[in-house]
Design a binder for this molecule. Structure first.
Ligand SMILES: [Zn+2]
Length: 174
């Protein structure tokens, strides 16, 4: 190749390199804008219980929601949203449903209760159901209440309700 041809090849390589760099920068800018616009699939409501923090993350990962959900943790989860025993939690829950919709356009609420929940013990006292089937029904009754309030206040949001055992396994209740 003559000198002129070599110069030409070199300048073409430089241009395509520059285009590649600009392309990558453009892509990351787009990715940043997408993050800033913030569309995520769901708002997750969990209990605060330390025993199941990692299991909850694993559960949502399993739903293919890794870094794609807002999370709100309030003692009792479903109970926090609707129990008259926890009025400040009720307010925090409904405020955050609206915030998650406004900021991140969530389309679904996913409620993750768990067994042996201290908040359920506080709210139900002696009526707290420690037997698995009765415990499931107790959570279901609270979840039904929340489901009805969601349908009334946010009919545009879907809602799913799960109950997690202390070994991290979860079952859908509603
Ligand atoms: Zn709990």
């Amino acid at each position: 190749m003559c000198r002129l041809e070599l110069d030409h090849v070199d300048s073409m390589a430089r241009i395509s390199r520059r285009r590649l760099v600009a392309g990558i920068a453009g892509l990351s800018l787009l990715a940043l804008r997408a993050k800033a616009a913030g569309h995520v699939g769901a708002l997750a409501l969990t209990c605060i219980d330390y025993r199941l923090v990692d299991d909850a993350v694993h559960f949502f990962d399993g739903m293919h929601l890794t870094n794609e959900y807002d999370q709100l943790s309030l003692a009792g989860a479903s109970l926090a949203a609707v129990s008259e025993k926890f009025p400040s939690s009720n307010k925090a829950f409904w405020d955050h449903v609206q915030i998650a919709k406004d900021l991140h356009h969530v389309k679904k609420l996913i409620v993750l209760d768990h067994r042996d929940c201290g908040a359920y013990k506080v709210a139900f006292g002696k009526a707290f159901a420690a037997q698995p089937d009765a415990e499931t029904m107790q959570h279901k009754s609270v979840m039904l209440k929340l489901h009805a309030q969601m349908a009334k206040r946010h009919p545009d949001l879907a809602a799913e309700f799960y109950l997690m055992a202390l070994d991290g396994s979860a079952q859908r209740v509603l």
